[in-house]
Design a protein around this ligand. Structure first.
Ligand SMILES: Nc1ncnc2c1ncn2[C@@H]1O[C@H](COP(=O)(O)OP(=O)(O)OP(=O)(O)O)[C@@H](O)[C@H]1O
Ligand SMILES: [Mg+2]
Length: 398
C-alpha cells in the first residue's frame, strides 16, 4: 500500500515537475519570441483576416509614430502614402490569395513623413484564421542612391550636349568662314572681270556671291531664332498664301511635286508670318532632302474643332491643322525621339536646327507638332495652330 502510495506520490511529484518545466519553457519561448520580434531591425507586423493589427515590434511604433492604442484602431492602408495605396492593397490581396507578396511603397508616418519601404507579406494560419505576417525594410538610402545616379546621368548628358555644342560652334565658324571666303573671293574676281569687260563672267561671279551670302544669312537667321527664342509678332494672317508660298519656294528647282489640299473657308490664324514661313520652308526642305529622286509632297490644311481633352489638357478649341506628308526615306523609330533636339542631324551638311526651330516656333504660337514615320511609308508631320475667326488684317497677294 505504502509502496503504492509512495509510487503514486512519486508519480504526482514527477508530473508536477515536468508541468513546471514545460511552463517555464513556454515562458522562455515567449520571452525569446518577444525579444526576437522587438529587436528585428525592420518593422514587423501581424494582421488578422479583418486587417486588425495583432502584433508588431517596437520599431514599428517608433517609425510610424502612433501609440499602440492608436495603431490597433487603424487599417494598414492608413499608414501608406495615398498614391501608393493601390499597390499595397494589391499586395495584401495577393498575400491572402497566394501566400506571399512583396511591394515597394512609402509609409506615411504620424508626422506626415513619407519613407520608402520594401514591405513583405506571408500568410500564416493561427487558430485556423489566416493572418498576414510581414516585415518592412527602409530603402531610403537605395532610393537616394538611384536619384543620385539619375542626377549624375543627367549631368553627363548635359556635358555631352555642351561638348556637341562646342563642336558645332566650331563647325559653324568654319562654315561661315568658307561662305565669307566665297563672297570675298568672288568680289575680287568680279573686280578683275569688270576691268576685262567680261559681263558673262561677272554675272556668274555675282550669282556665286549671292548664293554664298544667302546661305550665310539663312544660317545666321536659323541660329538667331534658336538662340533668342524670339517672341512671335502676331497679326491675323491668311495661312493659305503663306503655306503655299513657303512650300513652293523650298521645293523650287527640285523633282518634288507638291499637292495642296486647302479648303476655301480656311480659318485665319494669329501668327508671325516670318516665323511660320521658316516652319513650312524647313519642313518642305526636309521632305525634299528625304526624296532626292523626287516624289510627291502632300500638304493638307483643315479647320479642326477639338471638343474634349483627348488631344491633351487645355487643347480644346478651333485649330488650323496642316498635314505634310512625304514619301521619302522615313525616320527610323529609334531616332524619332531625337529629331526635335537642337543640333541633331543625320545629314552631312545639316545643322540639326530646322525641326528644333519648328518646334519652338509652333509652341510659342500656342500650337504643337507631331511626327509619324511608319517604316517604308515616308514621313508625316502634323501641325496644330490655334485658329481665329477675326477678320484677316493682312491678305497676301499671290
Ligand atoms: N521628312 C523627313 N524625312 C526623313 N528624315 C527626316 C525628315 N525630317 C527630318 N528628318 C530627320 O530629322 C533630322 C533633323 O532634322 P532637322 O531639320 O532638324 O535638321 P537637318 O535637316 O539635319 O539640318 P538643318 O535643317 O539644320 O539644315 C534630320 O537630320 C533627319 O534625320
Ligand atoms: Mg532640316
Amino acid at each position: 500500500m505504502n509502496l503504492r502510495r509512495k509510487t503514486i506520490f512519486r508519480k504526482a511529484t514527477g508530473s508536477g515537475r515536468s508541468f513546471r518545466k514545460s511552463e517555464e519553457k513556454l515562458r522562455w519561448e515567449k520571452k525569446f519570441t518577444d525579444k526576437f520580434i522587438s529587436s528585428l531591425p525592420g518593422v514587423f507586423y501581424l494582421y488578422d483576416d479583418q486587417l486588425k493589427l495583432r502584433r508588431w515590434n517596437r520599431n514599428f511604433e517608433i517609425v510610424i509614430g502612433y501609440s499602440p492604442e492608436e495603431l490597433v484602431k487603424m487599417q494598414p492602408l492608413e499608414l501608406i502614402v495615398p498614391e501608393d495605396r493601390d499597390i499595397v492593397e494589391e499586395g495584401i490581396r495577393e498575400t491572402f490569395a497566394r501566400g506571399r507578396s512583396m511591394v515597394e511603397a512609402r509609409i506615411l508616418t504620424k508626422s506626415g513623413a513619407m519613407i520608402p519601404y520594401i514591405l513583405t507579406g506571408g500568410r500564416v494560419e493561427l487558430d485556423r484564421i489566416p493572418h498576414l505576417v510581414g516585415m518592412g525594410v527602409d530603402i531610403t538610402e537605395r532610393v537616394r542612391g538611384e536619384e543620385g545616379r539619375l542626377k549624375l546621368e543627367r549631368r553627363a548628358q548635359h556635358t555631352r550636349r555642351l561638348e556637341n555644342l562646342g563642336v558645332l560652334v566650331g563647325g559653324i565658324a568654319h562654315d561661315f568662314n568658307n561662305l565669307l571666303s566665297a563672297v570675298t573671293g568672288n568680289i575680287s574676281l568680279a573686280r578683275i572681270l569688270l576691268e576685262q569687260n567680261d559681263t558673262a563672267g561677272l554675272s556668274r561671279s555675282l550669282e556665286e556671291t549671292d548664293r554664298a551670302a544667302m546661305r550665310a544669312t539663312k544660317l545666321a537667321s536659323q541660329l538667331l531664332t534658336y538662340a533668342r527664342g524670339g517672341a512671335p509678332v502676331l497679326k491675323i494672317i491668311d495661312s493659305r498664301g503663306l503655306i503655299e508660298e513657303s512650300v513652293k519656294f523650298a521645293l523650287n528647282g527640285s523633282n518634288v511635286r507638291v499637292e495642296f489640299e486647302i479648303p476655301d473657308d480656311l480659318l485665319p490664324i494669329r501668327a508671325d508670318d516670318g516665323q511660320l514661313n521658316q516652319v513650312f520652308s524647313n519642313l518642305a526642305l526636309n521632305a525634299r532632302q528625304a526624296m532626292p529622286e523626287g516624289g510627291t509632297f502632300q500638304v493638307i490644311c483643315e479647320n479642326i474643332l477639338i471638343e474634349d481633352e483627348a488631344a491633351g489638357p487645355g487643347r480644346r478649341g478651333r485649330y488650323l491643322r496642316v498635314t505634310l506628308r512625304d514619301k521619302g526615306c522615313g525616320i527610323p523609330p529609334k531616332l524619332i525621339p531625337r529629331i526635335f533636339e537642337p543640333f541633331f542631324s543625320t545629314k552631312d551638311n545639316g545643322y540639326g536646327l530646322g525641326l528644333a526651330n519648328c518646334h519652338s516656333i509652333i509652341k510659342r504660337h500656342g500650337g504643337w507638332i507631331e511626327v509619324e514615320s511608319p517604316p517604308g511609308q515616308g514621313t508625316t508631320f502634323t501641325i496644330h495652330l490655334p485658329a481665329t475667326e477675326d477678320e484677316i488684317s493682312e491678305r497676301r497677294i499671290p
